[in-house]
Design a protein around this ligand. Structure first.
Ligand code: GCW
Length: 667
């Protein structure tokens, strides 16, 4: 069957293995609906839809069990032993199957998990799963604009058809909600952090309200990004000073107006005093002054303000790496209880590889939210096959050592390390109006992996890759193994042919696509490439030790020890922290120059290997989908060559060393 990718991992195609299908079909007779609510309704409808497709049999929804076998019993039980309200407990009871949770939301997640159990071909006799999300707010951040464009979106236009809203509700909004609910995502920020104030007007609020109404039965709360200067722009106040009583009143009134339309509104996301956006510093105030004003407006309604820490200054002699820590750490303890600070995974900006941001662990009194980027701004847009779970995991599993060994970033973000009472993980969405949602089909795996990791960061990249592949592409063992390997290696391959050994921010200006290591002049020094790689006759890399910017001092002593010595610093982070001589011998036995070339060439070669491996799965995946991924891999191969040649030839101007012999023969 031709597959346009629209159904994502919720395909619910008839199970091919007939014996297996008959086994499931024989064991399942009815769905017992439990107490009525819109969320319960979503759960039963999804079960019915899924089972119809998978088993080819219509399963009735009934208020009570008929007989004592084959009932799927949906049960809200506040006494279930679960860590929180959103968890679920799947088990067998005699010949019935129970989906139990403390709340209807838990039952909804449990219903998707029950379907996943069948979708991934597991025996029903082994149904036993108890899990609760480790993070409270599992959110997507859409960078969508009023005109339907998306900042850094590579899968078409915005999903939100603002001009048709609120009257016309594209059925796709519901499918979006289903997809998110199926992986536990429970909140969404519908508009860009570079926020138009227009979203707060009576023109746009009903549109956002209409979306919220569609998402609510799937347990998804809506948040909005706000423009900090809205009181001046919309309210005609002449100022947006957060300490001005008129400004505070304006936000209190506006917030009340929002909650009148959306009673379960989640709150505000704010980009302030960052890349030209307005903010409290425009009035000599600090980030906490700004956040606390909004927190106060939201508090009566139970909303939260999420204030982003993505800030930096255009200082040619400074180190952009250090700015967020310098601006935010001193404010720890001054934020209101319903304020959070959202920190990008790394200190610069969503590069293919970054060390974890030193803010994680540095603000014990302020709940820090993780911000990952699912959209591939710096990872090849939608021509490149890059599975991001390993990138997310690398950050989450990093040890901050703030409270001794084992103080991982994950434990900061899930609140266990500092006992945060609020926790959040955000992913900048990669969705758009393309029929398959994400442009590159394989990028669907990144949306999926983000949701699964926000639920449980202890899941492995491999387990998630297998789950997704089984649900989305194939269960044939050999193809499954091949695709899982392709997914797992794809990010390292990408790093190798673009920014190996800790190089960063050497991509094309403003577009952020392709190589431009020679970029030396831009509107700001810290937007150039030479600011970061510092290639010169004596070597390459940014010295962030004591002899350089000393950004390393923002980490715990154990981390400083791990990264501070160029002889022992792990190679993936080497040029993040050290300026290294071209002829320095590395642990691989090669000189720095040879190693750099080795990685650019092998990285590029690995894309050719990806093409070969993908070719072997052809008989097992949908022909249209196969061809689309094959075509994108061919484009990726061309782009890898471009990166390799641009970077190697540019850096060679400084190293003045020959390309190692194995790589001198023409391709
Ligand atoms: O990565 C950079 C992007 C900007 C983005 C900014 C941010 C929304 O290039 O497009 O703006 O980060 O995260 O605020």
């Amino acid at each position: 069957s031709a597959d346009d990718g629209y159904r994502l991992w919720l395909k619910y195609d008839l199970i091919k293995n007939e014996a297996q299908r008959k086994q499931y079909a024989g064991a399942i007779k009815t769905i017992v609906s439990g107490p009525a609510s819109p969320i319960m309704q979503s759960a039963t409808a999804e079960l019915q839809l899924g089972l119809q497709g998978l088993l080819g049999k219509s399963v009735a929804i009934q208020p009570t069990a008929s007989g004592s076998a084959g009932n799927i019993i949906l049960k809200i039980d506040p006494t279930e032993k679960l860590a929180n309200d959103e968890g679920y407990h799947l088990y067998k009871k005699g010949s019935d199957f129970v989906i139990a949770a403390k709340t209807d939301k838990g039952v909804l997640y449990g219903s998707f998990a029950f379907l996943r159990h069948i979708q991934t071909g597991q025996p029903l006799g082994e149904l036993a799963e108890t899990t609760s999300p480790k993070i409270q707010l599992r959110m997507l951040n859409h960078w969508d604009n009023t005109n339907g464009s998306i900042e850094r979106g590579y899968a078409g236009a915005s999903l939100w058809k603002w001009f048709e809203l609120p009257e016309n509700l594209d059925p796709r909004y519901m499918d979006y909600a289903r997809a998110n609910a199926s992986i536990g995502i429970n909140s969404t920020v519908v508009n860009n952090v570079n926020a138009s104030a227009r979203f707060l007007t009576p023109e746009y609020l009903p549109k956002v309200q209409a979306l919220a109404n569609v998402f609510r039965p799937y347990g998804i709360k809506v948040f909005m990004s706000i423009n900090f200067a809205a009181p001046r722009i919309l309210g005609g106040l002449g100022t947006s000073d957060p300490l001005d009583p008129k400004v505070r009143q304006w936000w209190a009134d506006k917030t009340k107006e929002i909650y009148a339309a959306i009673p379960d509104f989640g709150g505000f996301l704010v980009k302030a005093n960052s890349e030209g956006q307005p903010g409290p510093q425009d009035y000599g105030r600090n980030h906490a002054d700004g956040a606390n004003m909004l927190a106060e407006a939201l508090a009566p309604f139970g909303g939260v303000v999420i204030w982003r820490a993505f800030v930096y200054k255009a200082d040619p002699n400074g180190d952009r790496f250090k700015t967020a820590y310098e601006e935010f750490k001193p404010l720890d303890g001054t934020f209101k209880p319903n304020a959070m600070v959202q920190v990008k995974n790394g200190p610069i900006d969503f590069q293919p590889r970054e060390p974890f941001s030193p803010l994680f662990g540095a603000m014990p009194k302020t709940p820090l939210a993780m911000e990952f980027q699912i959209t591939q701004e710096y990872l090849g847009f939608s021509t490149n096959f890059v599975y991001l779970a390993p990138l997310f995991k690398e950050c989450l599993d990093s040890d901050t050592y703030i409270k001794g060994k084992g103080s991982t970033v994950a434990k900061v973000v899930d609140g266990t390390l500092h006992r945060y009472d609020k926790t959040a993980m955000a992913g900048v969405a990669n969705t758009g109006s393309d029929r398959n949602w994400t442009g590159h089909t394989m990028s669907q795996a990144n949306w999926y992996a983000f949701g699964r990791l926000a639920w449980d960061h202890t899941l492995s990249s491999e387990a998630i890759a297998q789950e997704w592949t089984k649900m989305t592409l194939t269960q044939e063992p050999k193809a499954l193994a091949t695709i899982t390997d392709l997914l797992l290696n794809s990010r390292e391959n990408y790093v190798n042919f673009t920014t190996p050994l800790g190089l960063h921010h050497i991509m094309g200006e403003s577009l952020h696509f392709g190589p431009q290591p020679w970029l030396a002049k831009s509107a700001r020094p810290d937007w150039t490439a030479v600011y970061y790689h510092r290639a010169a006759a004596d070597g390459i890399g940014f010295d962030r030790t004591k002899t350089g910017s000393n950004a390393l001092a923002q980490y715990a002593p154990e981390v400083q020890a791990q990264w501070g010595d160029p002889d022992t610093c792990p190679l993936p982070y080497l040029l993040w922290f050290h300026h290294v001589a071209w002829d320095k011998k590395l642990s691989t036995g090669r000189t720095l120059w040879d190693e750099l070339c080795h990685r650019y060439y092998e990285g590029t070669q690995s894309v050719a290997q990806m093409q070969k491996d993908w070719a072997t799965v052809k008989p097992e995946v949908d022909p249209e989908l196969f061809a689309d991924v094959a075509g994108r891999l061919a484009a990726q191969r061309r782009e890898a060559l471009w990166w390799r040649d641009a970077c190697v030839l540019y850096f060679q101007e400084f190293s003045k060393m020959p390309i190692p012999a194995p790589y001198q023969k023409p391709e």
